[in-house]
Design a protein around this ligand. Sequence first.
Ligand SMILES: C[S@@+](CC[C@H](N)C(=O)[O-])C[C@H]1O[C@@H](n2cnc3c(N)ncnc32)[C@H](O)[C@@H]1O
Ligand code: SF4
Length: 281
Amino acid sequence: MKKLDVSYMYLELTRRCTLQCAHCLRGDRQNIDMSEEILDNALKDVVHIHELDLGGGEPLLVPEKIESLINKIKRYGIRVDKISFTTNGTVLTPRVVELIKELQQIASLNVRLSHDKFHLLEIYIKKLVERVDQNTELLTEMLGYNPKDKDFAMDDGTISRIGRAKLLTQEDIDAINKWLTPTQYHISYYGGPNTLDVVRMYDWDKDIVQVCGSVVISATGFLTQLDREYELEDKGPIFRINIKDKSLLSALVQYEEKYRESLGDEEYKEYREEIDSKYNK
Ligand SMILES: C[S@@+](CC[C@H](N)C(=O)[O-])C[C@H]1O[C@@H](n2cnc3c(N)ncnc32)[C@H](O)[C@@H]1O
Ligand code: SF4
């Protein structure tokens, strides 16, 4: 039975969220969590993940999914080098704190706190300022770093014009800029992984297949790409492949077949040679 060594995996654990930021590329939040079957299918053939990104929605809203993920990593004996997630900082319950500690036992943990002007506005409107300030303090203490050291100002240039951000006008952005005083800090515009946005496989003939690029799984099970609207994800942007009823390994075999069909035999052969010589040193 073949196994997978995955360079980057993004699991959209939930589409629920505590906020409705004006710039949100996902679109409106949805009451959907990743099912146990999808989570299991994503992980059961995997032996190694270099970076595992927990996405959403707000990933800390679903501690039961994080717990289940930790259990599956242990049960399947998966080696994980790095776990990361981006959070809006509104949900740091004692249970979540415990799970963050557990994640730190499994892998090196990288947390991105979204504390930019769009989040701050929503946090202010929803009267969550005090809670987020406390959570930020606790989180930075636990992780041993100070997000105030970073200053990633989010400007119009970094906003993907999808989801709710399609509706943002320059006037809205100017108004938000005006509202935010210069002493407030902005962190994390999402610093995504430095990997290819599509899946690439090699070593098909070996017991462990190497998977480069980004394996991105939506909460509804679709193989998708990073930073998509929910609506687009559910159209199945990668050959409509879904892992609801199949393992990631079968899904990737299906992907490779579809990709071969889309290129034609000649071009596919060239592609294979290129990928094999690039990665298989
Ligand atoms: C989709 S959110 C999910 C995680 C969590 N809910 C949060 O906001 O931190 C991940 C990151 O994407 C960023 N983001 C959302 N909409 C964006 C857009 N239109 N352009 C660029 N980044 C965006 C957010 O600011 C956040 O840092
Ligand atoms: S950016 Fe994050 S916190 Fe804001 S609405 Fe989107 S998913 Fe929720």
